[in-house]
Write a protein that binds this ligand. Structure first.
Ligand code: ZN
Length: 87
């Protein structure tokens, strides 16, 4: 095995591991990451990528308060008012 081959195997291994980690990363739930653009569930206003948390929940778990209609949503753009009312 030449040095170049060893290097290629090394790089390929890192790429495979990275792909596996990304594939296994939760797409939902509180620890998930949402990279797609989020729109207000009520008025379809696009949410800014850089957000200003308005409360402790938004600071911890993400989410927005719509600047147009005041609707609260989580980081997936799901209306959370129902959820909070149930607690
Ligand atoms: Zn809205």
């Amino acid at each position: 095995m030449t040095l170049v081959t060893a290097l290629a195997v090394f790089v390929a291994t890192i790429v495979v591991v990275a792909v596996l980690v990304i594939a296994a990363w939760p797409k939902g739930g509180k620890s998930g990451i949402n990279l797609s653009k989020v729109f207000c569930p009520k008025c379809a206003e696009p949410m800014p990528r850089i957000r200003r948390p308005k409360n402790e929940r938004q600071r911890l778990w993400g989410g927005w308060t719509c600047r147009k209609c005041g609707c609260e949503m989580d980081k997936y753009g799901v209306d959370i008012n129902d959820e909070e009312a149930a607690v």
